[in-house]
Design a binder for this molecule. Structure first.
Ligand SMILES: *Cc1c(COP(=O)(O)O)cnc(C)c1O
Length: 393
């Protein structure tokens, strides 16, 4: 069965008890036991809840894992997974990393004796050179945020296999619709389902899928022990989002490609970072490991002044952190996701004062492009709405 069909027919879409076509909200924290010597499938909702269970089985299926886990946020998923490691362990991690993950790896885990080195994982030689005798895992984000650097997932998994390491991939940007890291050799895949999987800017949610049953047992123990589980309502919303993932990713990615291409021809735009553009350095690698380029791209307007002008002029995208929603979201990394990073370090990574990131939503791409180009070219709204004005005079 094709992926788009499996989103809707994966064995977890119908309530096994009532036949309901939408898994009900089992808003219960505890479950009556008929026989204390033979406990039922569910006993206490931190350990398991039928609504959350349906979502967990679904993400396992979609990523090709043996088991899935739903957490209270992407960061809860990431932190709980990182608790698989112990004092004395070392991790090799992508340098271009989600800020929250960077914070856990630099401010929390070192206190527990877990160390991380941040390397450019697009360079496989650098990855292999960073592996030490105490290294236990390689943790990768691809494409990276916000300049969309692409890491060779098969190459990283190969290095990990040769050194007996676990490969962990944050697959938030592409979702299993476009990229399935477990099929490329990774061991654990993580999502902030707050983004494309939830898809509607209405839920904070995290998912993990695991390939190996022994690792899954350990992660289940951690999920139950640490307790950062996803609530019932949020599990339902995440499942509801997943059902339309294929349609949303297709439409938004088609629009993103069109808009990125048009902006790359705009003389006011210094640079566009999108793996769908043939001149992006990761273009062909991305095409070899993912079936699409996703709906997020970044573009550089040259200065913070120009950025502020554009942000004050755009009408359609909301100006916000986050990505992956039905509405387009325009983010300013220098002041948002990368604000804590020293300016020089930011510049060195291409996160300049002129860089904006656009997560394309489901608006008509003609309208989005017109809105963006009008803001970028400094035209006032009135000058392009003559048609609308004509219609009211
Ligand atoms: C948002 C995000 C996270 C964190 O997820 P939350 O749901 O906000 O906790 C992790 N990784 C990536 C790539 C993200 O975009």
């Amino acid at each position: 069965m094709k992926f788009g069909t499996r989103l809707l027919h994966n064995g977890n879409e119908i309530d096994p008890v009532t036949g309901a076509a939408s898994i009900p909200l089992y808003q219960a924290s505890t479950f009556h036991q008929e026989d204390v010597d033979q406990p039922g499938s569910f006993d206490y909702a931190r350990s398991g809840n039928p609504t959350r269970h349906a979502l967990e089985e679904t993400i396992a299926q979609l990523e090709g894992g043996c088991r899935g886990f739903a957490f209270a946020s992407g960061m809860a998923a990431i932190s709980s997974t990182l608790f698989l490691f112990s004092s004395g362990d070392h991790l090799v991690v992508s340098k271009d990393l989600y800020g929250g993950t960077f914070r856990v790896l630099t401010e929390v885990l070192p206190r527990m004796g877990i160390q991380a080195d941040f390397v450019d994982t697009t360079d496989l030689t650098a990855v292999e050179e960073a592996v030490r005798p105490d290294t236990r895992a390689i943790y990768v984000e691809t494409p990276s945020n916000p300049t969309l650097k692409v890491t060779d997932l098969r190459g990283v998994a190969d290095i990990a296999r040769r050194h007996g390491l676990t490969t962990i991939v944050d697959n938030t940007f592409l979702t299993p619709y476009f990229q399935r890291p477990l099929e490329l050799g990774a061991d654990i895949v993580i999502h902030s389902a707050t983004k494309f999987i939830g898809g509607h800017s209405d839920v904070v949610s995290g998912l993990v899928a695991v390939k190996d049953p022994a690792v899954a047992d350990r992660l289940y123990g951690l999920q139950n022990a640490l307790g950062a589980v996803l609530g019932v309502q949020d599990s339902w919303l995440t499942m509801r989002g997943l059902k339309t993932l294929a349609a949303r990713m297709e439409a938004a990615t088609t629009s993103a490609g069109r808009i990125a291409e048009a902006l790359s021809r705009n003389p006011e735009v210094k640079q566009v970072y999108y793996t769908g553009l043939p001149d992006h350095p990761g273009h062909s690698l991305q095409a070899s490991q993912a079936s699409g380029h996703g709906a997020v791209f970044s573009f550089d307007l040259g200065s913070g002044k120009k950025v502020r002008e554009v942000l004050s002029q755009v009408r359609l995208p909301i100006v916000a952190v986050s990505l992956g929603a039905v509405e387009s979201i325009l983010s300013y990394p220098a002041c948002m996701s990368h604000a804590a990073m020293p300016a020089e370090e930011r510049q060195a990574r291409g996160v300049t004062d002129g860089l904006l990131r656009l997560s394309v939503g489901l608006e008509d791409p003609d309208d989005l492009l017109e809105d963006l180009e009008r803001a970028i070219d400094g035209r006032r709204l009135l000058s392009v709405s003559s048609e609308w004005r004509a219609s009211i005079v």
